[in-house]
Every structure is written in structure tokens, then in C-alpha cells.
Ligand binder design. Structure first.
Ligand code: V47
Length: 377
């Protein structure tokens, strides 16, 4: 079959809302031009989210960078006795949360290293003290890799731990730690940490407990197109089961200061291609995020025409990407985010973590508005 015929068949499927297969995904990866990918992804994006582009007001908190694992792609981690290692005190953590609330943040994104010596109660206490002091801040905390680590440390089940943390104020799970699920790649870049089945199991359990979560994929290192499509299909299968994922975030590899520093950063072409293919394959994910810290502001803005409908947030304190050479700013103001969205011809909507519209008073006070299920998906 000629490439035009194959792409024509995929176009028909996308227009009719028919699910794309693994082989369709490979055709898109290996043979489709960027214009076609963008056109098709934009069709799905507008079908699901109209002309809206979402953002939130948030802050990142990385309580420690000390980590037992040595993932080859990570520039953030530190050894236990490294001068670069740090552990934040309760006071510092509470100060960061207070600063976030004062700036009008609706969300704290909390992830970090798996410290050799700190007990799981230290991680639980972080949720407890922030939630007590700032009950309106949504705590999106700890990746599946961290949940797996807590289970290994305590001998308890991840479900039990998730339930305990939820009781303490956990609001949802971020999408990190997914990297590339396929063992041909995962065993080479992060062999010791939670494998694909464990990552998916933690998210399934979280969804069953009523917690929503996100998903990510780290691309542009040693993986091949088939590994990316396999990754997306595994996520799509879990979403069919639970419906608990909100957003998918493709994460471009940043090589500086990592053990893979010989690999070149993915190009703008690749960033847009992965964004578009993600939108096309993940037909059951409501949102695709162009994380501006990772993509850079210019590519993130263009990605709004390649399938993305969300830019993440104001961010403020980001370490994982900046340690790995990201030259994007530490923070975007709400005014800057809205301008980026409007310039792209889209309508900016501030959302909270669970995609309710946020309605602002004149100052930073806010209240939750309607649920942002604006366009049937
Ligand atoms: O799991 C680490 C990735 C992830 C590098 O859920 C790297 O809303 C590129 O998951 N180059 C953490 N990537 C970040 C993350 C995230 C970010 C924004 C929003 C959400 C969300 C989640 O960052 C890690 C890993 O996959 N990562 N090092 C690097 N050198």
C-alpha cells in the first residue's frame, strides 16, 4: 500500500473518531509529514476542547533531591553524601506553601528523590502539615515510583498507602516516573525502579480510590518509535478501564549534566510530532499538556496547534529541568501565559487541578466554578 493510501485511511479513521492501531501509530511516526500530523491532531484537539487552552496557578516543591536510584537521564538527583544533596525542613516546606497560597496558587506539585534514610512518615508528614495549614491548596504529590518505594520501605501495599495519604490531604498524582514502559528501554535507563506494571498498577489503584492522575512519557533519548507507540497504547488501555487520567504530558529529554549528555536534545520538529501523535493515539485522554518549562515557551505556544490544549502553570520553583539545562524561565506570570495563549488564537481558561474553572476576585482570592467538561469528548 502506498504511503498516501495509508495516510488517507488514517485520516478517515480520525475524521470518523475511530481508534488508531499500533500499526497506524507507527505509520504516523515513520511516514507522516508534520503538516498532516498537526492538521489531524488539531481536529481531535478542537473536537475535545474547542478553542480553549487551560493553565493553572501552581508551584513546584521538591522536598529532597537525594535519591537511591541512578536513572541515567536525571540531572536532579544527588547521592546521600553529595554536597549537592538537600533535604528541606518542615519550616522551609511550610514557607513554600504559604508563599504559593499568597500568590494565589491553587496547586502544589510535590515530587522528589527517594532518600536512603528518611522514613515514609517524612513524606506523609509533608502532606499532612501542608494540608492542615492550607486546606484549599490541591496537593498533587508523589509519582508511582515514589509510591512503589514507600511500599518497598514499609512492606505495605501501595493501595493502603495511597488511602492513608488521601486521608492526610493528598489530592491527586502527577504523571512522572513513567519514562518509557518497554523493558528494552526501561532496563537501560532506570532498571531498578518501579517497572511498567507497577507504574500502571499504582495509577489504577489511585483511580479506584477516587484520585485522578496524569501520565507522562520521556522521549528523545534511546527509545525508538515503536517504544513510544507501545507506551501510549498501554496508557490508553488503562484509561479504558478506569477513566482516571486527566492529562498526558510528553516530556522532551534534556541531556545536560546527565549520564546521557552525549545525546542531542530533541528538535522542535520532534517535539511537535510527539505532541501530535500523542493526541491522535490517546483518544480517551481529555487533555494533552505542552509543559512550557520542558518545551520552551515558543514551542509550547506552537504546540497549541499540534494537539495540546494545556500549558501547565506558573510553576515558579522548578529544578528537574533546570538542573538538566532547560533555559526556559523559572516562572511565567498569569499575564504572560494568557498572552501566549491569546497570541496562538486560543481562549485562555484558568483551571484548578481537577479541571474546574477558577473564578478570581480582584485580588488573589479564588473560588471554584463549573466543571470544565465544555465540549463532549
Ligand atoms: O519522571 C527527569 C522527567 C519527570 C529529565 O503531572 C526529565 O502535571 C527530561 O513528571 N530531561 C518529572 N525529563 C516531571 C513530571 C511532570 C512535569 C510537569 C507536570 C506533570 C504533571 C508532571 O521529568 C520525571 C522524568 O520523566 N525527567 N529528568 C531530563 N533530564
Amino acid at each position: 500500500m502506498s504511503i498516501n493510501t495509508r495516510l488517507g485511511a488514517i485520516r478517515e479513521k480520525v475524521e470518523a473518531g475511530v481508534r488508531l492501531s499500533f500499526d497506524d501509530g507507527l505509520v504516523l511516526e515513520e511516514q507522516a509529514d508534520l503538516f498532516t500530523l498537526g492538521e489531524l491532531a488539531n481536529l481531535v484537539r478542537e473536537r475535545k476542547n474547542g478553542n480553549f487552552t487551560y493553565y493553572n496557578v501552581n508551584t513546584h516543591l521538591n522536598p529532597t533531591n537525594v535519591c537511591v536510584y541512578r536513572c541515567t537521564f536525571c540531572a536532579f538527583r544527588a547521592d546521600l553524601r553529595s554536597p549537592k544533596g538537600y533535604v528541606m525542613s518542615d519550616e522551609e516546606i511550610l514557607h513554600r506553601a504559604a508563599e504559593a497560597e499568597q500568590r494565589g496558587a491553587t496547586e502544589l506539585h510535590i515530587v522528589g528523590g527517594l532518600h536512603h534514610q528518611l522514613p515514609y512518615e517524612w513524606y506523609l508528614n509533608i502532606i499532612r502539615i501542608i494540608h492542615r495549614a492550607h486546606p484549599n491548596l490541591h496537593l498533587k504529590a508523589y509519582t508511582a515510583v515514589e509510591w512503589d518505594w514507600f511500599a518497598r520501605m514499609t512492606g505495605r501495599s501501595t493501595r493502603d498507602l495511597l488511602a492513608e495519604f488521601k486521608e492526610a490531604g493528598l489530592g491527586s498524582l502527577p504523571g512522572g516516573g513513567a519514562e518509557i514502559f518497554h523493558p528494552e528501554v526501561r532496563d537501560l535507563i532506570c532498571e531498578h525502579k518501579a517497572d511498567a506494571d507497577m507504574w500502571l498498577r499504582v495509577h489504577r489503584e489511585a483511580h479506584e480510590l477516587g484520585l485522578r492522575s496524569n501520565a507522562t512519557m520521556l522521549y528523545g533519548h534511546i527509545e525508538k518509535p515503536q517504544h513510544r507507540i507501545d507506551h501510549l497504547i498501554r496508557l490508553r488501555q488503562l484509561q479504558d478501564e478506569t477513566g482516571g487520567f486527566q492529562t498526558f504530558i510528553p516530556l522532551a529529554f534534556h541531556p545536560d549534566n546527565t549520564r546521557l549528555s552525549h545525546i542531542k536534545k530533541p528538535s522542535g520538529m520532534m517535539d511537535l510530532k510527539v505532541m501530535a501523535i500523542s493526541r491522535l493515539m490517546l483518544d480517551n485522554f481529555p487533555h494533552i499538556k505542552a509543559y512550557w518549562v520542558m518545551l520552551g515557551i515558543n514551542t509550547a505556544q506552537i504546540a497549541l496547534s499540534y494537539g495540546a490544549d494545556d500549558l501547565d502553570g506558573t510553576v515558579v520553583h522548578e529544578k528537574i529541568y533546570h538542573d538538566a539545562g532547560s533555559d526556559s524561565p523559572q516562572e511565567l506570570t498569569v499575564r504572560e501565559i494568557r498572552r501566549l495563549i491569546e497570541e496562538a488564537g486560543r481562549v485562555p481558561i484558568e483551571r484548578d487541578t481537577l479541571y474546574h474553572e477558577v473564578i478570581r476576585e480582584a485580588d488573589t482570592r479564588w473560588r471554584t466554578g463549573r466543571s470544565l467538561k465544555l465540549v463532549p469528548s
